[in-house]
Design a protein around this ligand. Structure first.
Ligand code: AMP
Length: 399
């Protein structure tokens, strides 16, 4: 089966073509700056790559270009050869706790979720609707970032707010990065040769967006992102947890409008707000030159992660593993070292040499006397989307 995985952003389209169930990647790429003056097209296939700049009006035209390139390079004759398309969709609300085959009703519900995810769901829908328009017969599957967290108990997902706000307006914690936390927890079970049901773990997805997740027997029981991806850890440019009263203070007492405050909390806060850089590599480089502001941003980031680990550890009867993933979690030995040095009370002991090894493979980094395993597991959300789409579609399609 040929499955195309799509991740549509407001002006971008990421794609990866899989042959399933072998999981062979036949081609992948990215189109950026859709509907701007010149879009950037990148395609990688069979150890070759193709780059071009061209005006692309919209997502439908972008998909047409991908289809034409697949034909030109002998990857597929047309999208009609696809057996399915899997889409990343950020918000599925309470309606979806599983990957779902897309039909008119599902599209309607994803539309309804736009109120909850105005930055993400409209872009995800662009990808779905563009593919439907081009290729209406090919089945499509939605994999929701929120779905994995639907297993959270009410005590984790309800805010201590008037209960009508939840009942009438859907105000609750949904959690995000679910596909990533799902993937690394399954990888951990596979790599350590244990039954998923027997593992309690804390997964740390540390990237430009960052979240922690407490996973009991393969199910999310708590996570740091909430009603939106703004809550929780300090991120590249998002504040994470704040006292919500400060928003009203700023609106009342300064010239900042609610709109500006919302923008600043999402785009001008986090690491960037403190030291003007949101990129951890740059921050580490500045720290190595003795830059105090960069070190302060780093320390605030680390402290927040440590507080979440401490809190989540207390939710379990026993804790087996802490997983590091995401661009920072996978690649920054310094971040892992600084987080784990606070975890002595839990009996965590880092192997400093193992921690320093840089690799794209999953690996352990704890010392033999550590009471909790420490794993670095590169995330692969597309892998989940391809596998879950295959699982749902294999009974529909004859190979
Ligand atoms: P992501 O959003 O998962 O792509 O992660 C992006 C973040 O990972 C950025 O802050 C990068 O600076 C950080 N990152 C990537 N590689 C490294 C590295 N080798 N050392 C430190 N941070 C890194």
């Amino acid at each position: 089966m040929r499955i195309l995985v799509l991740n549509a952003g407001s002006s971008s389209l990421k794609f990866k073509l899989y042959k399933m169930p072998q999981k062979d990647i036949l081609a992948y790429g990215l189109i950026e700056k859709i509907s701007e003056e010149l879009a950037d097209i990148h395609l990688f296939f069979a150890k070759s790559n193709y780059k071009k700049q061209k005006y692309i009006k919209d997502h439908q035209k972008a998909l047409k270009i991908v289809e034409a390139l697949f034909l030109e390079f002998g990857i597929l004759k047309s999208f009609e050869e696809l057996d399915g398309v899997g889409h990343r969709v950020v918000h599925g609300g309470e309606a979806f706790s599983e990957p779902t085959i897309i039909d008119d009703e599902v599209i309607k519900v994803i539309h309804q979720m736009i109120a909850l995810a105005p930055l993400h769901n409209p872009s995800n829908l662009l990808g779905i609707e563009a593919m439907r328009a081009l290729n209406p017969k090919t089945p499509q599957v939605a994999i929701f970032d929120t779905a994995f967290h639907q297993s959270m108990p009410k005590s984790a997902y309800l805010y201590a707010l008037p209960k009508e706000w939840y009942e009438r307006y859907g105000v609750r914690r949904y959690g995000f990065h679910g596909t990533s936390h799902f993937f690394v927890s399954r990888q951990l079970a596979k790599l350590s040769n244990r039954d998923l049901k027997d593992i309690n773990a804390i997964s740390l997805h540390l990237g430009n967006g960052a979240s922690a997740c407490a996973i009991e027997g393969g199910c999310s029981i708590d996570t740091s992102m909430g009603f939106t991806p703004l809550e929780g850890l300090v991120m590249g440019s998002r504040s994470g947890d704040i006292d919500s009263e400060l928003i009203f203070y700023l609106e009342r007492s300064t010239k900042l409008t609610f709109k500006q405050i919302e923008w600043d909390l999402n785009h001008a806060s986090g690491l960037k707000g403190i030291c003007s850089d949101n990129d951890m590599r740059t921050i580490q480089e500045r720290i190595s030159r003795g830059d105090k502001e960069a070190k302060l941003a780093f320390d605030i980031f680390i402290r927040r992660v440590v507080k979440y680990i401490g809190g989540y550890a207390m939710l379990f009867k026993s804790l087996d593993a802490i997983i590091f993933t995401g661009g920072i979690g996978e690649n920054s030995a310094l971040v892992r070292e600084h987080i784990t040095k606070h975890l002595g009370l839990l009996g965590v002991v880092l192997d400093k040499e193992l921690n320093k090894i840089s690799s794209s493979l999953p690996r352990v980094i704890h010392a033999s006397n550590s009471s909790i395993e420490l794993w670095v597991i590169p995330t692969d959300e597309e892998d989940v989307i391809a596998k879950e789409s295959f699982r749902l579609l294999k009974n529909l399609v004859k190979e």
